[in-house]
Design a binder for this molecule. Structure first.
Ligand code: ATR
Length: 261
């Protein structure tokens, strides 16, 4: 399981590198962007060292998004709400941003052509990944978002935090029965351990889209389950990865038109 998780992370960082380099090329920006392995406990030192060597901005991934959140002097609203930072802009004032949620929303709306507005959305999971995307999803004004989690208390706590942003309810995995959903999103880390959240298969019956926030070379187990039980379309999280990288690039680099070296 650890090996699968490590392989997954490696693939993610490799793809992200490729996309950012491609964006920079399109804008004729001279940019060096590469993966840096940081040991647990070494985040702050690594970022300071990077800045001392001329680094101007960086993306941060698991497990350092909370460290990055603390490291930032100022936070964008969406980072504040997400409780995590995946994009840091360095300088006298360190700015923290989170582009994960907008990445997911853009992928669903633009690439997959599915409206979130007025949709009933089921999100499975209640960890950091869910917290990171709830704000942008609710901003699309879905009819309702149901956050369901194996550990119900975590879903309830998240729904409490986000209740002021839209129509959000929560419950345990079994409580999702008896309703239909337009969009079902798997935001659990279950694929990393080769398991699946125990959700009733009826949730896919009327789903236009079943979206797995993980991605792999083959369709995820969640995608296969969704197709088998009636979902019209499925996607894995590769599009989200591309879109969050695009947003990080544009908000951190292209908008300021400042070449990064
Ligand atoms: P992340 O930052 O990826 O969200 P996390 O904060 O550790 O990681 O959260 C992992 C989420 O996946 C949790 O919602 C977890 O459920 P619990 O809160 O009950 O632990 C969920 N999860 C992981 N494996 C799962 C499985 N096999 N079945 C159902 N839910 C699972």
């Amino acid at each position: 399981n650890t090996a699968i998780a490590a392989a997954e992370r490696l693939k993610q960082s490799a793809n992200r590198l490729w996309y950012i380099a491609l964006f920079a090329k399109q804008f004729d920006i001279d940019l060096e962007y590469r993966a840096v392995h940081v040991e647990i406990g070494g985040f702050e030192q690594a970022v300071s060292g990077f800045e001392a060597n001329g680094g101007q901005g960086l993306n941060v991934t698991v497990p350092f998004k909370l460290n990055a959140w603390k490291f930032a002097d100022v936070l964008s609203d969406r980072a504040n709400l997400a409780g995590a930072v995946n994009t840091l802009s360095l300088g006298k004032t360190v700015k923290g941003d989170n582009t994960d949620g907008i990445g997911l929303v853009t992928d669903i709306k633009t690439r997959l052509g599915v409206d979130i507005r007025d949709a009933c959305v089921l999100i499975v999971g209640a960890g950091g990944a869910v917290r990171g995307v709830l704000g942008p999803i609710l901003a699309e004004q879905p009819e309702q978002v149901f956050v369901a989690n194996r550990t119900k208390d975590k879903a309830v706590a998240l729904a409490d935090v986000f209740a002021q942003y839209g129509n959000i309810i929560s419950g345990g995995l079994d409580e999702v029965r008896g309703r239909t959903y337009d969009i079902v999103i798997d935001a659990t880390s279950s694929e990393l351990t080769g398991s699946l959240p125990e959700i009733p298969s009826g949730v896919f019956q009327d789903a236009q889209l079943a979206y797995s926030m993980m991605y792999a070379a083959r369709p995820t187990q969640f995608q296969l389950l969704a197709i088998e039980h009636g979902a019209t379309n499925t996607a894995d999280g590769l599009g989200m990865l591309v879109e969050q990288a695009a947003e990080s690039f544009f908000s951190g680099t292209a908008k300021s038109q400042k070449p990064i070296r």
